[in-house]
Design a protein around this ligand. Sequence first.
Ligand code: GRF
Length: 198
Amino acid sequence: MLNIAVLVSGGGTNLQAIIDSIENGKLKDVRIVRVISNKEDAYALSRARDHGIEAKCISPKDYGERSLYFEAMAGEIREAGAELIVLAGFLVVLSKEFVTEFKGRIINIHPSLIPSFCGDGYYGLRVHEKALERGVKVTGATVHFVDEGTDTGPIIMQKAVEVKDGDTPEILQRRVMEQAEWIILPAAIQAIADGKVK
Ligand code: GRF
C-alpha cells in the first residue's frame, strides 16, 4: 500500500480524479492519508472530507517565517505516514529544505507538455493563454518529479491534447484536464505504487 499526501490550493478536480480512481478500483494499493491546503476555503478540502479523508489547512500566513511553515508541512506529512507527496494544483513554491527532505518522493501535475509553457509564472489559465498566443496545435499535460527548480524535475508521464480553432483559455484548460490531467495523474501514481517508476 502506497500512502500519499495530496497538496492543493483550489478546486481540486485532480484530487477528485485520484479519489474516484481509488474508489472505482482503477488505482490499486494507494491510500490518501492526508489532504493539505494552504487556503482554508479551498473546495478541495471539502472534496476530501466528503470522502472521509483527513484534510486540513496549513496556511503560510500563520507562520512568521517560510521555514517554519514548511517545517509544519513536513511534520504533518511525516505524522500522516505519507510516502509520496502529490502536488495537485498546489500554488505555493516549495522551500529548498522541503524538496531536499522529500527528494524523489514529490510529484506535480503541470498543464502543458514540458518544456513548453512552464517555469516561473506559468500556472493556471496563463499556461493556456500562452499556448494559444503562440499558436501551438498540440498541448497537453505532464506529471514530473519535483526538484529545486520550477517544472524542471524528471518527467514521469505526458499526454498530448489537440488545440482547436476558436479555443479560449478556459475551453482549452477544461479539455487538457479532461483528456490529460485527470488520466495521467492517477496513472503516474499507479506506476510509482507498482514500482515501475523510481
Ligand atoms: C491544474 O490545471 C493543474 O495542472 C495545475 O493547477 C490546476 C489545478 O486544478 N497545477 P484542480 O485544483 O485540480 O482543479
